[in-house]
Design a protein around this ligand. Structure first.
Ligand code: HEM
Length: 501
């Protein structure tokens, strides 16, 4: 009897527990930001968010203002939309906002990689050594050779001068940047033909994974797609296995150093393969799509193309344009291209839309630039989406949706770094690389490889859109928040090697 009496009590406790888990009891506490749980228990606004994050956040900002908390799949996210208040979140002097814990969960799910303590610091220190300064100069030379190999083929000039070729611009840029980047960082063998074939195969599989990636992260895949993702993960672990390293030469110092650190920590070879997969993703998922946007904007804006070509001719010199065996660009030229720099900065502003996430450890007061204070609840996530709150802010960037190639140039031709919001100088006037502890450690390499590619394309090739009137395609809305955006459709273009002068 006594036992039977326990059943309703237990059921009640279980029900209350479920309702609590579904978030039904959560109420906004004094000083907390506006809370919007949505109508569906636990899911909250997840569906609208995943369908089109940009539109969803625009709507929420109009409804609640610059700070609000929304429920997305059982987790509460506080979005901060005022860039003048980003400083305290990104500096996080009290160490209450944690990037690493969230990232560790994500990389385990996506790449199968189980992080070790200190990995984050190790990746950043490897990048400071080998993706910046002198290390970067060496890598840039390798990258130029790889771009020559991929575009011109192993024997130098596999493209007939004067003969037009047609391709999808997105496919072309992604394919070239991916293969050149992969070979430069992960090394090659003595057989260049074979290396190119392997890189092509890797690219084909990478694009399949890339396509499923946003819905994979949001756990929205169908059963067959789950199987496909698992197959692709295994394939990448195999193709990037450290067991192949002995056959390779020219593995970049960046990768070698990080693998060495993992070995010293006793990381198993199978886990090192997964680390390689993670690094392939981080290093190759953005540069191709960004280069696509850059070339497309140049093709759609002839005055910008003329300015970039003029600058290229000035810094590279006419003599260099004649030598076509491989691309003979002086790497130091990359330091003297303010116009191209502005084009790239503008492209990154328009084309890159990452989300920055930090887990709140212990209740925490967020001080806004206006002086207002908000209480952030322990366990919630603070989120920034600079594409909407910074890149598209008409106060900071007038006519924010327009491509203006000289937006980041001063009238005297130097780099423009002074931007204002509400009359105040703003530090974070674009944030394509993230910021603070999680800032992209590969940003200098990324910029120089994209610049090299664009320089080669505008210098050595004639380029034209198959349909010059084709509009710039809209962004695929499922990719908001995942770094560089991708177009919702392909754009056809033609290219041909310019005949020698
Ligand atoms: C246009 C190209 C690129 C863009 C827009 C980009 C953007 C980003 C962003 C926004 C993050 C931070 C994500 C966060 O806060 O969670 C990030 C992280 C990272 N990026 Fe990049 N990236 C690019 C290219 C590269 C390249 C070429 C490399 C390496 C060669 C690289 C290596 C990494 C790594 C290792 C991380 C993780 C860092 C960490 O764990 O703190 N990225 N990238």
């Amino acid at each position: 009897m006594v036992l039977w009496g326990l059943v309703p009590g237990t059921l009640l406790v279980a029900m209350v527990g479920c309702l609590w888990l579904l978030g039904l009891f959560r109420q906004r506490r004094p000083q907390e930001p506006p809370l919007d749980k949505g109508f569906i228990p636990w899911l909250g606004h997840a569906m609208a968010f995943r369908k089109n994050m940009f539109e969803f956040l625009k709507y929420m900002r109009a409804k609640h203002g610059d700070v609000f908390t929304v429920q997305l799949g059982g987790q509460y996210f506080t979005f901060v939309m005022d860039p003048l208040s980003f400083g305290s979140i990104l500096k996080d002097a009290q160490r209450k906002l944690d990037f690493v814990k969230y990232a560790e969960k994500l990389v385990l799910k996506v790449f199968g990689y189980r992080s070790m303590q200190g990995d984050h610091r190790m990746i950043h220190s490897a990048s400071t050594k080998y993706l910046m300064g002198d290390g970067l100069e060496d890598l840039n030379k390798t990258m130029l050779d790889s771009l020559s190999l991929v575009i011109l083929g192993p024997t130098g000039q596999s493209l007939d001068a004067g003969c037009w070729r047609e391709d999808g611009l997105f496919h072309f840029c992604y394919n070239v940047l991916f293969k050149a980047g992969y070979l430069s960082l992960f090394g090659c063998t003595k057989n260049q033909e074979q290396d190119l074939l392997q890189a092509e195969e890797l690219f084909v599989q990478f694009r399949k994974f890339d396509f499923l990636f946003p819905r994979f992260v949001y756990s929205l895949l169908g059963p067959w797609e789950w199987l496909e993702v698992a197959r692709l993960q295994r394939l990448f672990h195999r193709m990037l296995s450290v067991n192949h390293n002995l056959e390779k030469n020219g593995i970049s110092n960046w990768i070698s150093y990080m693998l060495q650190c993992l070995r010293e920590q006793g990381t198993a070879p199978a886990m090192q393969d997964k680390f390689n997969f993670m690094m392939l993703w981080a290093s190759q998922g953005n540069t191709g799509p960004n280069s696509f946007w850059a070339l497309l904007f140049l093709l759609k804006h002839p005055e910008a193309m003329r300015a970039v070509r003029k600058e290229a001719a000035q810094v590279l010199g006419e003599a260099k344009l004649k030598a076509r065996q491989s691309f003979g660009i002086e790497i130091s030229a990359l330091h003297h291209t303010p116009v191209l720099d502005s084009v790239m900065e503008e492209t990154l502003r328009l084309g890159t839309a990452p989300t920055l996430l930090r887990v709140v450890h212990g209740d925490h007061i967020l001080k806004m630039a206006s002086g207002q204070e908000y209480l952030l609840r322990s366990g919630d996530i603070v989120a920034l989406f600079p594409y909407l709150s910074v890149h598209m802010d008409p106060d900071i960037h007038p006519e924010p949706t327009a491509f203006k190639y000289d937006r980041f140039l001063n009238p005297n031709g130097s780099r423009k770094v002074d931007f204002y919001k509400s009359g105040k100088k703003i530090h974070h006037y674009t944030m394509p690389w993230g910021s603070g502890v999680s800032i992209c450690p590969g940003r200098f390499l990324a910029l120089s490889e994209m610049k090299l590619f664009v320089l080669l394309m505008v210098t050595y090739f004639d380029l034209e859109l198959v349909d010059p009137d084709t509009p710039v395609p809209p962004v695929d809305p499922r990719r908001w928040g995942f770094g560089t955006t991708q177009p919702s459709r392909e754009v056809r273009f033609r290219y041909r090697l310019r005949p020698a002068k």
